[in-house]
Write a protein that binds this ligand. Structure first.
Ligand code: PEP
Ligand code: MN
Length: 337
């Protein structure tokens, strides 16, 4: 439930509401806005009788939210959330960011070379997996802690913030020492213990959409992180599984404007995992930006043919450079520069 106050409601009115809600056995969270304050009611498992609240001074109206998510919804929080990744701002009103890097960290030379190239082309952050969620156990699983150390070197040399995947709640502390943005992969979107743990730390989280997740399930997963107190969450559409097999996944671009209507959280797009095909990454990157994405996540590798994972979808350096040129022109055209 959301209690919307009049624009001239006083602090005393708000305090009275908070106390009343608490006396009813629920949590009350005031959400100040530019025009008025709203008060979110949390902890109820069903309909809450609002008669007592509607009689209190300063109350304009009560909205009953029957969705599995509240804290992530626009109803609760009309202002857009801006996520700060080591000084790089992501969200409405800021230029969309480009995160570039290989699928996996493979060697110091590979990651440092890529980091410097991403930086030179104007990229904003470096991606690279140290812990890889591979479909089968006999393939490259990532360099793990050694990979994190190599990411730290590449981050220092390039000055780029680091985005890397976290797979297990047990590893949150370790990965948080190295990552500026903690990525939750599609396969872990509903790893609720991991989401709760990420809600308790003070590091931004990049939550990817599960490959068969509905938008409601996606937002409900983000709610787990916010419910623990961390609102620094960026959502990421990375393609969903459909009957179509010509592309690795089906890029559901319509969720970009849809999620902007439903939630205040920024949304990025990963055209690499969405398409699985190098030639499709540039056009889908541009399409994502036109749709209003707050950023894109692009796989790029110095030698994609030798990559230990996701080579076929990784851009070459020259492909990435060309794409960054096109992104720059598009940003100017869109007025985002
Ligand atoms: C990745 O970013 O390398 C990755 C494994 O992505 P996803 O979880 O979207 O498959
Ligand atoms: Mn990958």
């Amino acid at each position: 439930m959301l209690i919307v106050m009049n624009h001239n409601a006083t602090q005393a009115d708000i305090d009275t509401i908070v106390k009343t809600v608490q006396d009813m056995g629920f949590r009350a969270e005031p959400i100040p806005g530019s025009e008025r304050t709203a008060i979110g009611v949390l902890g109820n498992h069903g309909y809450v009788d609002d008669t007592k609240i509607l009689e209190l001074p300063g109350v304009q109206r009560v909205i009953h939210v029957s969705k599995p998510y509240k804290l992530v919804s626009r109803d609760f929080h009309p202002e857009p959330t801006i996520v700060d990744v080591a000084g790089v701002k992501v969200g409405q009103g800021y230029r969309p960011v480009v995160v570039g890097g290989p699928c996996a960290v493979e060697s110091e030379e590979q990651i440092v070379k890529t980091a410097l190239f991403v930086k030179k082309c104007g990229g904003d952050m470096l991606r690279g997996g140290a812990y890889k969620p591979r479909t089968g156990p006999h393939t490259f699983q990532g360099l793990r802690e050694e990979g994190l150390k190599l990411l730290a070197i590449a981050g220092r040399e390039s000055g780029l913030p680091i985005v890397t995947e976290i797979m297990s709640p047990d590893n949150v502390g370790l990965v948080a020492e190295y990552a500026d943005l903690m990525q939750v992969g599609a396969r872990n979107m509903q790893n609720f213990d991991l989401l709760r743990e990420l809600g308790r730390i003070r590091k931004p989280v990049l939550l990817k959409r599960g490959m068969s997740a509905t938008v409601e399930e996606f937002l409900a997963a983000a709610e787990y992180i916010l419910a623990e107190g961390n609102d620094q969450v960026i959502l990421c559409e990375r393609g969903i599984r459909t009957y179509e097999t010509a592309t690795r996944n089906t890029l559901d671009l319509s969720v970009v404007p849809l999620i902007k209507e439903m939630s205040h959280l920024p949304i990025m797009v990963d055209p690499s995992h969405a398409t699985g095909k190098r030639s499709l990454v540039p056009p889908m990157t541009l399409a994502a930006l036109v749709a209003g994405a707050d950023g894109v996540l692009i796989e790029v590798h110095p030698e994609p043919e030798k990559a230990l994972s996701d080579g076929p979808q990784s851009l070459t350096f020259s492909g990435f450079e060309q794409l960054m040129g096109d992104v720059g022109k598009l940003q100017t055209f869109l007025g985002n520069s």
